[in-house]
Design a protein around this ligand. Structure first.
Ligand SMILES: [Fe+2]
Ligand SMILES: [Fe+2]
Length: 192
């Protein structure tokens, strides 16, 4: 599956512009984490696969909103055969609490951890005075992560899992994901 095909598939199932943007954010984060992880471990990782996992991970979200135990399994039924098996597994693993597909590979863990972090970065951007994502700093995000009342639905432990699973310290991980999202600011609806 090419990026263009993944994007078209996403748009078949996902109508809300915010949710499309969430997928673009996770795609950008996945590409950035893939590059860093590959460089650090000297293990070649397939960036296009990581990107497609990001681009499609919540494609069935609108259709399974009231049945979270079906989230990702519905997508598997619809398009599972068109996806590389590693991509399908990573997608299911981001909802492992229901699917029982425990994250194993670096791609699985990257998707699981950056899914929450991208949402948190967007939340941090929206409270900037100028509402620009370019104004957000790593320090600001780290400070806000320590405030349980801010974006309280975001699971901090899920983000923090980057340290154990990917061996990337939290501050660096935040920096990687923040830079990736700043790089596609306008696609995410922010002023450049
Ligand atoms: Fe999800
Ligand atoms: Fe997500």
């Amino acid at each position: 599956m090419t990026r263009q095909e993944a994007l078209q598939t996403l748009q078949v199932y996902t109508k809300a512009p915010n949710l499309v943007r969430h997928h673009l954010a996770v795609e950008a984060a996945m590409r950035a984490i893939c590059k860093i992880h590959s460089a650090r471990t000297h293990n070649f990782e397939n960036e296009e696969m990581w990107a497609i996992a990001g681009l499609l991970h919540d494609a069935d979200y609108e259709l399974t909103r009231n049945t979270p135990e079906r989230h990702t399994l519905y997508l598997e039924e619809k398009i599972g055969k068109a996806l590389p098996k590693e991509v399908l597994y990573a997608i299911k693993a981001h909802n492992y609490k229901y699917t029982k597909a425990t994250p194993i590979s670096a791609m699985d863990w990257a998707l699981y951890t950056c899914d929450e972090l991208t949402g948190f970065v967007i939340a941090a951007a929206l409270i900037q005075k100028d509402k620009k994502i370019s104004s957000v700093t790593v320090e600001f995000i780290l400070k806000k992560l320590g405030e349980p009342s801010f974006a309280k639905s975001v699971d901090r432990a899920q983000i923090q899992a980057c340290e154990q699973s990917l061996k990337i310290p939290l501050d660096q991980y935040v920096g990687i994901v923040l830079a990736a999202l700043q790089g596609i600011a306008t696609d995410l609806g922010f002023e450049a």
